[in-house]
Each structure stands twice: as C-alpha cells, then as structure tokens.
Design a protein around this ligand. Structure first.
Ligand code: GLU
Length: 379
C-alpha cells in the first residue's frame, strides 16, 4: 500500500455495539489502539463513527425491536446516543476528542463545505481526534446523507485524506455472497469501480447497520475518484490492524483514480444531486468532450425537469433509445428561461428572455465531464 499521511476511519454501528443493543468496547479498544499507534507515528486521523441511534436504543428498551420508529423517536434516540457514543470514544483516548455533526446541507452547500474543512484542519493542527457523525437529531431523511459510508467518503475528500478505511464486520468485497456461498472469494484489489463491481453488492442483512456493501462501494467510488485510496476491512479482527500498521491489507483496497477530480469538480459530481436534464446534439457533445468548450444554447435540443439558475443539471446525449450522460454542471439559466432560448444563438438571449446573464448556459469551469469507464479520469 502506498505511504499515507492522513486517513479517515469509518466505524460502523455493528462494531460500536458489538452486535448487541448497547455501546461496547469489545472491538473499539483495538480500533482505538490502532488509531493511537498511527497518531504516534505522525499520521493524522479523522474518525467517522456510527452508533448514535443504536446507543440511544439501549436506554429505551420499549423501542427495541420496534419495526417502524417515528422520526422524532429516531431523532431522540440519536440525541441520547450521540453523547454516550462520544463518552465511549473519549474514554479510549489520551487526546481530546472533538465532535462534529454534519448534515447533507454541509456537503451540498459549498460555503458550508469549505467551512467544515477549515474546522477539520484546525482540529487536526490542535492535535485532537475529530469524531464525525451525521447530525441525526435535526436532519430528516430527505436532508440526510443517510449512511456513514458515504459521509466518510465526503469527509475524506473534503479533508484531502490519502486513505479511507471502512471498518465493518465483513472482510471486504467478495465475488459472491459469503453468507450464502461458501466458495465465495475475497477480492483483494479493485482498480476500477464499474457496474460489475456494483452487481457484487447485495443489501444489508444487519438490522443495526444502515449501509451494506452497496453504500461501501458508493463510498469507495466517491473517495477514489477524489484521489483517496479506500480499504474495506473487518474491524472485528485485531490482527488485521496490526498487519495494516505494516502496510499489509487484509480486506479489499480500491485504488484511487489516476487523475483524480479535486475540489469543486468532485463536489459538483458527487455532492450535488441533479435537478434536471439538458439534452444536447452531437455537435455540442463534440465541443464539450473534444474541445473543452462551454455549453451554448445553440447545442441544446430538449430539457427535462424544472430547475433554477445555480442548480446542478446533467447534460445528456440521446442516441436512439440510449441516454448517455456527458457531463454534470451548474446551469446559469433556469428551465423556464432556458425553454425560450433552446437552439438559439447566444446573441439572441437578451431579446428572448429580457435579460442577459451569460452567453453560456453552463460554463466550462462549472462543468465536469463524465467518463465512468476511466474511473474519474476527467478532463
Ligand atoms: N448516523 C447513524 C448513527 O450514528 C448511523 C448511520 C450509519 O450506520 O451509516 O446512528
């Protein structure tokens, strides 16, 4: 494994509760001593820990086993459990632990994203251990990242980490479901995350964990595309951490993209959900892909969805039955105005929409080309 200086370590609820209904040090002791050893060797660590809801549950036995908990119930459990979780981690370290609770808004909104980064950097320079979780007490489902695998990937890119370690209770990615197929083989290394890798991920069978292998692969894709090597490993096995200290990986490593996307482009591609689609002709595709051009109204032939100026949209080429996503970018015109200038020359914009903001619908600097087969090898 390549040398690394800064890592994000994600610990799942299953490890925090050791498979039971309350916080436990069973697996966390070994994880904490691994973290301390890394820090003693001059590395920087950011911890992303799940387990707030699971920890809160231990104090409210009437809710254990309840299938559909209400949103206020879940939020209350997270509020109770988060302090238990921090207290548990705090007992395992000799250095100050700093709590950061993030929501999807902090990822989606670029100002808040940059703010969170500044705070994280300050915490590392103060020699503290930042411990991050989703702010479950205020974020309702639609406003959530939803799982800490993806959250940890966002954090890894945000913090310019060189390594993301996702600790779970499985050994890594298998070529078949190891619970059902005893012949399943662990895949030690993945250099490109494509559909075939996603097909290997089933859902989660664990009733405590939010993510299964799917969210871990999504996380690996986000992180590797942003230049962060990602390991999925079994956090219940002490020996694996000892080997990792000697650069031996027991698990699956997803290697970072050769030409990672950094900063705003990565954020645009992975943090911003698409609000609509702009369909373009083959001339526009050629200009975008081969000439590094911006998107002009003349190359657009159709829209789908309603969106505002400043929203993220996908730029699509429709060839026959197939839709190909060419790029993702931030539109300078909302769909209502854009409808009036589809296929028109830039000089006509002012006349058609009564104002002129820019001759480009999507500026090149606000756009990221999508070439999935090259694994984030973008522009
Ligand atoms: N944020 C949730 C919690 O701490 C966990 C989300 C996850 O398991 O991915 O309870």
């Amino acid at each position: 494994m390549p040398e690394w200086k800064r890592a994000v370590i994600k610990v799942g609820s299953g490890l925090v509760t050791a498979g039971g209904n309350k916080c436990s040090t069973k697996y966390l002791l070994d994880i904490a001593s691994f973290i301390m050893e890394c820090i003693n060797r001059g590395k920087e660590i950011i911890l992303v820990s799940s387990g707030a809801v699971a920890s809160g549950l231990s104090t409210q036995p009437q809710l254990i086993g309840k299938k559909h908990r209400t949103i206020p119930e879940k939020q209350a459990l997270a509020a109770i459990g988060q302090s238990l979780l921090m207290a548990l981690w705090g007992r395992l370290f000799d250095l100050p632990c700093a709590q950061l609770l993030l929501t999807y808004d902090d990822i989606y909104n670029r100002n808040r994203f940059v703010n969170a980064k500044n705070t994280l950097m300050e915490l590392l320079s103060m020699k503290t251990l930042p411990i991050i979780n989703e702010n479950d007490t205020v974020a309702v489902d639609e406003l959530k990242v939803g799982d800490n695998d993806n959250l940890a990937a966002y954090v890894a890119v945000l913090a310019d980490a060189d390594l993301l370690i996702i600790c779970s209770d499985v050994d890594g990615l298998y070529d078949a479901d190891p619970h059902k197929n005893p012949a399943a083989q662990l895949i030690p290394r993945v250099d490109m995350i494509d559909e075939s890798i996603y097909k290997l991920a089933g859902g989660t069978d664990n009733t405590i964990a939010t993510g299964g292998m799917l969210t871990k692969i999504q996380a690996a894709e986000k992180a590797t595309c942003g230049g962060v090597n990602t390991i999925i490993m079994n956090g219940t096995k002490r020996g694996y951490f000892e080997l990792l200290l000697n650069n031996i990986i027991c698990g699956t490593i997803f290697t970072k993209a050769e030409h990672p996307l950094k900063g705003k482009k990565h954020w645009m591609l992975h943090a911003r959900a698409s609000a609509g689609k702009i369909y373009v002709d083959s001339g526009a595709v050629n200009a975008l892909v081969s000439k590094g051009a911006s998107l002009l109204p003349s190359g657009i032939n159709k829209l789908s969805g309603e969106f505002n100026a400043g929203d993220t949209i996908e730029i699509i080429f429709a060839g026959g039955e197939q839709e190909i996503i060419i790029a993702k970018g931030i539109t300078q015109y909302g769909s209502a105005d854009l409808k009036k200038i589809i296929g028109k020359k830039s000089q006509e914009i002012e006349k058609l929409v009564d104002y002129f903001y820019s001759e480009e619908v999507v500026n090149r600097d606000e756009m990221v080309l999508i070439k999935r087969e090259e694994h984030g090898n973008n522009q």
